[in-house]
Write a protein that binds this ligand. Structure first.
Ligand SMILES: [Zn+2]
Length: 235
């Protein structure tokens, strides 16, 4: 009878507060938020934060100067991460960014390559796009990273002054052309003499991030590292 009541009330509770995993739909335990631990552990981690000259660093080193680059997971077709990033960007689930960011931050804090950063900067969206979406997804990822790394985030010093059309149907050359000159520095003093960690959601060709790195690199005595949630690898 007690057991019955427990099940009854637990089901009743979930009717009012449908706290289910955004990926698999399983009821979440008290310690879980938005994504169940089982789904979180299934993510295909790259462990690039421990590997110098990794796939991502090679992409960047060809086109700009960075200290380190990492991606939390590999972006695979029909994968959990694809589903989560889609919800983060297009379904208003900004908290997914926070949860994933916290996990990323834990990994980065334990990496000697990344633990020395001074400031977190999420790749800015153009203000029109941010208004339409209601938020910048990279800023929510940055918030999570900032929490677990205990480092400050800055969202006012780098701006996206050009509202580019979507990059998804463009090839590598077209993407590079499309993003030329889209970033502007507003508060150079805030960034000078610092090691900056730039944050983005997904990297495919890296052209947007490379443009941002090249814009910030012009500042005095600056170091830049890069961290992204997912990387689409084309081997
Ligand atoms: Zn799940």
């Amino acid at each position: 009878m007690l057991n019955f009541l427990k099940i009854f009330f637990s089901d009743f509770f979930y009717l009012i507060y449908p706290e289910v995993c955004l990926n698999c739909g399983k009821h979440l335990s008290v310690s879980e938020e938005y994504i169940c631990l089982e789904c979180l552990y299934k993510l295909p981690l790259t462990n690039f934060h421990e590997e110098k000259d990794n796939y991502l660093e090679q992409i960047f080193n060809e086109k700009c100067k960075i200290e380190n680059a990492t991606s939390y997971v590999f972006f695979e077709k029909k994968s959990i991460i694809r589903k989560l990033i889609h919800k983060l960007k297009y379904n208003g689930k900004k908290e997914i960014g926070l949860i994933i960011g916290k996990q990323m931050g834990l990994h980065l804090s334990n990496s000697k390559n990344f633990s020395c950063i001074d400031l977190i900067i999420p790749i800015p969206l153009h203000k029109k796009r941010e208004k339409t979406r209601g938020y910048n997804q990279s800023e929510w990822i940055g918030k999570g990273i900032s929490k677990s790394m205990n480092k400050k985030m800055n969202v006012n010093s780098v701006l996206r002054s050009v509202n580019t059309e979507t990059q998804t149907k463009k090839n590598k050359e077209e993407r590079e052309k499309n993003v030329k000159g889209i970033f502007k520095i507003k508060n150079a003093k805030e960034l000078e003499n610092k090691h900056i960690l730039l944050i983005d959601d997904v990297i495919t060709t890296g052209s947007t991030m490379i443009e941002c790195v090249n814009t910030i690199s012009k500042l005095k005595n600056i170091k830049i590292s890069v961290a992204t949630v997912a990387v689409a690898v084309k081997f």
